[in-house]
Design a protein around this ligand. Structure first.
Ligand SMILES: *[C@@H]1O[C@H](CO)[C@@H](O)[C@H](O)[C@H]1NC(C)=O
Length: 335
């Protein structure tokens, strides 16, 4: 679970698996990001003996609400990019850092993430204000609908709920941009891992679509990919979706390394674990810290990105903690 305190966009973690932010801590969080990029002494990431996702992951996406088809296409291509070839540095290269995490049998997290099914909950089956627990009911609805139900895959299923622009979610935009957890047998019938990420383009791009937007009222300059103060432009043309891509990546990394909240995390409190992506909030390239996102690339239109995907797509995804190098790392690293 990630708690990210997105301090002015930086995320640190707050709750169970959430991407959260806190304005009060921004400078501190930026400094931490810088420290994490360059050193390892402050981080006590530990393995707590639970399972990680070692079997090929069958991903099931639940589109909740009304979605723009172009936005769906961007997200789908991102998800297809995990296990498909693309020019280096690729999304699959980015995932290789996540694969470094193992369970107590020595098995690594899988290299396979396959988009296996999609469910379209366009009627807002549980309304437009959702709590954390509603996510499990939404999964239950998707599993029991007729005729297009998603399969209940308790061997290697991972359910990803994506909520549309007009859906309010408990703590969304206030404390979190996304979270992950697992279902309870009393609601869904079995325990399966899931994650939720909301489209923030209209509700709070400055918090959850970082670094393509930033909270202007924070009094701080916009995040920068080149050392200046120019706001980064979104590689797929929509700050909300391009920002969401990085939050999805964050949640997938954390749900895979801490699916039952008893595997890889730092800190003493399992109800507020700091997970492998929380440690690298706001870090997208070498030298990140202090409001600088790190060294990333620009496409021919000047949009920022750090990894390639299928169909010539480009994406910007935050780095995650590399347990071997003991620092935040990504495939676009210069060192
Ligand atoms: C599995 O994890 C170990 C420990 O981090 C690492 O040394 C090894 O390279 C990993 N294997 C793969 C295929 O990622």
């Amino acid at each position: 679970m990630q708690n990210l305190h997105l301090a002015f966009l930086l995320l640190t973690s707050l709750c169970f698996g959430s991407l959260a932010f806190s304005f009060s801590q921004d400078q501190q969080d930026f400094n931490q990001a810088k420290n994490f990029e360059g050193s390892s002494n402050l981080v006590n990431l530990q393995y707590h003996m639970g399972p990680v996702l070692t079997s090929p992951i069958n991903l099931y996406v639940i589109w909740y609400g009304h979605w723009n088809p172009a936005h769906q296409a961007t997200i789908r291509d991102f998800l297809y990019s995990f296990s498909s070839p693309a020019p280096s540095p690729s999304v699959a290269d980015w995932w290789r850092v996540v694969q470094l995490y193992t369970d107590q049998t020595g098995s690594n997290i899988t290299s396979n993430i396959i988009l296996k099914g999609e469910f379209f909950d366009w009627k807002y089956s549980h309304g437009t204000y959702l709590t954390r627990l509603s996510m499990q009911s939404i999964i239950k609805t998707a599993l029991s609908s007729h005729p297009n139900a998603l399969p209940l895959n308790y061997n290697n299923g991972l359910y990803l709920i994506l909520t549309s622009s007009n859906v309010k979610v408990q703590e969304f935009c206030r404390a979190v941009c996304g979270f992950h957890y697992f279902t309870f047998p009393s609601i869904v019938g079995v325990t399966v891992p899931y994650a939720w990420v909301g489209y923030s383009g209209t509700q709070c791009p400055g918090m959850c679509a970082y670094p393509f937007a930033w909270p202007e009222y924070s009094g701080k300059p916009p995040p920068s990919g080149n050392g200046g103060n120019d706001l980064m432009k979104a590689p797929n043309g929509d700050a909300g979706v391009d920002g969401m891509i990085s939050v999805i990546a964050h949640e997938l990394a954390e749900v895979s390394s801490n699916p039952l909240v008893n595997a890889w995390y730092a800190g003493d409190d399992p109800t507020a674990p700091t997970e492998i992506a929380d440690l690298c909030l706001g870090v997208y390239g070498t030298g990140a810290g202090g409001g600088f996102v790190g060294v990333v690339y620009k496409d021919s239109w000047g949009n920022g990105f750090n990894v390639n995907g299928v169909k010539g797509r480009k994406f910007l995804v935050q780095w995650v903690w590399n347990p071997v190098r003991r620092r935040c790392f990504g495939p676009n690293a210069l060192d």
